[in-house]
Design a protein around this ligand. Structure first.
Ligand code: NAX
Length: 328
């Protein structure tokens, strides 16, 4: 039998954690033949709740779950981690300025980056879900100098999946008929879901839909503001869909994208498409053998260029702000 893969999950007692852990333990993260060992990180006040979740994990009797350990110390939690899902973060509360938000999250993601650097497995893959996800990933990455920068990623797969769902409804097709969807930029309201490179049954999605007004005034804002719409309807933020996207992100990273298709991941920029080197920005990426590559050579028209630039500028501002705060 295989050695279990160690998966560390932070914010394990939160609502995404609750929707995520059972899917990891059932084999949906890494595959139906890969045993996993869970290491959960919570703040001390939430350890008891995490223990309750661990009891339920026991009670599922998942054949693939080799064990669950709970910590309130990042250095212990990331020990030996092959996969690290950084879900716990400090949410923006009323009256909080962006600087305060970045500073509070710096206090979380700096020590977590250091702990990953010190103790994670050599092959560690990191996904940051906790918001502001791209910049939190940048902070963690900057404090893990011994880990290759490409192992730090942030989640835009939920945005990607939301875009697939909206397009499938509009076009009256199954999401399975859609390929090459892309989210560019920041996981925020400035993100740019791109239909000009997406395909429905092999043909341009933008041309197939042929409704510029829908694309501009309906599709883009609906995808970008979907998180707020879920809060409005549910009275709580997206949890099961966020967990599902985190599963998809890691599964695709480990197991590869299908031939002729790609996915969206926020990854460290190498300067592709004019995105400043070092920013963690969402791109179209293919994955193979546990490695991602940014899709090259796509033509970007003026409409897309302006939107990509706006979102990337926001990322550059966030980076400058955390630099000023001494967080990176
Ligand atoms: P919850 O507030 O339900 O849970 C967060 C958990 O993190 C809490 O149990 C808290 O105790 C824990 N936590 C806080 N600081 C911690 C630390 N230093 N170490 C370990 N654990 C810590 O939030 P939830 O709804 O689960 O959302 C988690 C994060 O995901 C939020 O930042 C949220 O904004 C973000 N999201 C990101 C999305 C994305 O697409 N990238 C979409 C969904 C979600 O909004």
């Amino acid at each position: 039998t295989r050695t279990p893969v160690t998966v560390t999950v932070t914010g394990a007692a939160g609502q995404i954690g609750y929707a995520l852990l059972f899917r990891i333990a059932s084999g949906q993260l890494l595959g139906p033949d890969v045993p996993v060992r869970l290491r959960l990180l919570e703040i001390p006040q939430a350890v008891k709740a995490a223990e309750g979740t661990a009891m339920e994990l026991d009670d599922c009797a998942f054949p693939l779950l080799a064990g669950t350990d709970i910590f309130d110390d990042p250095n212990q939690a990331f020990q030996g981690a092959n996969v690290a899902l950084l879900v716990g973060a400090r949410p923006r509360t009323k009256g909080m300025e962006r600087g305060d938000l970045l500073e509070a999250n710096g206090g979380i993601f700096k020590p977590q980056g250091e702990a990953i650097n010190a103790g994670a497995a050599d092959d560690v893959k990191v996904l940051v879900v906790g918001n502001p996800a791209n910049t939190n990933a940048l902070i963690a990455q900057q404090h893990a100098p011994d880990v290759p920068a490409e192992r730090f990623t942030a989640m835009t797969r939920l945005d990607h999946n939301r875009a697939l769902a909206q397009l499938s409804k509009k076009a009256g097709v199954s999401v399975a008929d859609i390929r090459r969807m892309t989210i560019w930029g920041n996981h925020s309201a400035t993100q740019y879901p791109d239909l000009f490179h997406a395909e429905i049954a092999g043909k341009s999605a933008a041309e197939t839909v042929n409704d510029k007004s829908w694309l501009e005034n309906d599709f883009i804002p609906t995808v970008a503001k979907r998180g707020a719409a879920i809060i409005e309807a549910r009275g709580a933020s997206s949890a099961a869909s966020a967990a599902s996207a985190a599963i998809d992100h890691v599964h695709t990273w480990v197991n590869g994208t299908a031939d002729g298709d790609w996915t969206s991941m926020a990854v460290v920029s190498d300067g592709s498409y004019g995105v400043p080197e070092g920013l963690i920005s969402s791109f179209p990426v293919t994955t193979k053998d546990g490695k991602w590559e940014i899709v090259q050579g796509l033509e970007i028209d003026d409409f897309s260029r302006a939107r990509i630039d706006a979102s990337v500028n926001e990322l550059a501002e966030e980076r400058d702000a955390v630099r000023k705060l001494g967080l990176i």
